[in-house]
Design a protein around this ligand. Structure first.
Ligand SMILES: [Zn+2]
Ligand SMILES: [Zn+2]
Length: 241
């Protein structure tokens, strides 16, 4: 249907003024002014659909029962909703939910139930299993891989900086000033300070351990390049021999 029309062309149709309860009343009534009827440009594809359903009423009725349309100020949106509703209604007509002719059908097989089940099925099929959490527990200096000492090398291991495990355990703070220590905002922003808000005198920023991208190539424990961190690791390796 929409593949043989360009959605630009339309035909003039003499249509009746809609009831005040009709879908999109406030939008469409402007086209009618005070008259009971008006000539309206109907997009080709909608006009053809109305005719091929052999009755405007039939298609309109299916769509009016349950429709997705909202008040829109973009011209293509009502068209989108028309197509969406039509597609959904057509799948209903083709489905086993549709009672055979002359049969009223049960509540479980109603148009409403069809749309509800369709909604649930769409939600269900779009569920994606959550990615397993990739963040690893920080390794302690004791998480040693016992390989010969010569194999342990202090090198750049990570692309992003991590906290030095040895410094965390020894409670050694970093000597690099925190970037948030820039003056005016640092004074206003209390979340990362040690003191309570009421007493603003002597606010101190929380101390942080040094960060590094270096570590042991075998144990994959982060060790910074300053101080005794790497030396302590080597010393620990040697105690094992
Ligand atoms: Zn190591
Ligand atoms: Zn360190």
């Amino acid at each position: 249907m929409s593949t043989v029309h360009d959605s630009q062309s339309s035909v003039e149709k003499h249509r009746k003024r809609p009831a005040t309860t009709a879908t999109g009343y406030t939008q469409t009534i402007r086209m009618f002014g005070d008259g009971p009827r008006a000539w309206l440009p109907i997009p080709d594809l909608i006009d053809e659909y109305n005719h091929c359903m052999s009755a405007v009423d039939h298609a309109d009725q299916y769509r009016s029962n349950y429709n997705t349309i909202r008040v829109h100020r973009k011209t293509w949106k009502p068209l989108f909703h028309f197509l969406l509703d039509t597609a959904v209604d057509n799948t209903f007509l083709l489905s086993t939910y549709k009672p055979p002719p002359g049969n009223r059908g049960s509540r479980e097989q109603s148009h409403k139930q069809y749309r509800r089940d369709l909604r649930d099925a769409l939600f269900e099929s779009s569920v994606r299993p959550r990615e397993p959490n990739k963040t690893q527990r920080r390794k302690s200096t004791k998480d040693i891989v016992w390989r010969p000492v010569e194999e342990h090398q202090h090198k750049r291991v990570w692309r992003k900086q991590v906290f030095c495990s040895a410094c965390i355990e020894a409670k050694r703070p970093t000597t690099t000033p925190h970037r948030a220590a820039r003056k005016p905002l640092a004074n206003l922003f209390a979340n990362s300070t040690m003191k309570k808000r009421e007493d603003s005198d002597g606010w101190k920023r929380r101390t942080r351990p040094p960060r590094t991208s270096w570590g042991c190539t075998v144990c994959r424990i982060p060790f910074c390049t300053r101080g005794t961190c790497w030396g302590e690791h080597l010393a620990r390796l040697n105690t094992k021999d």
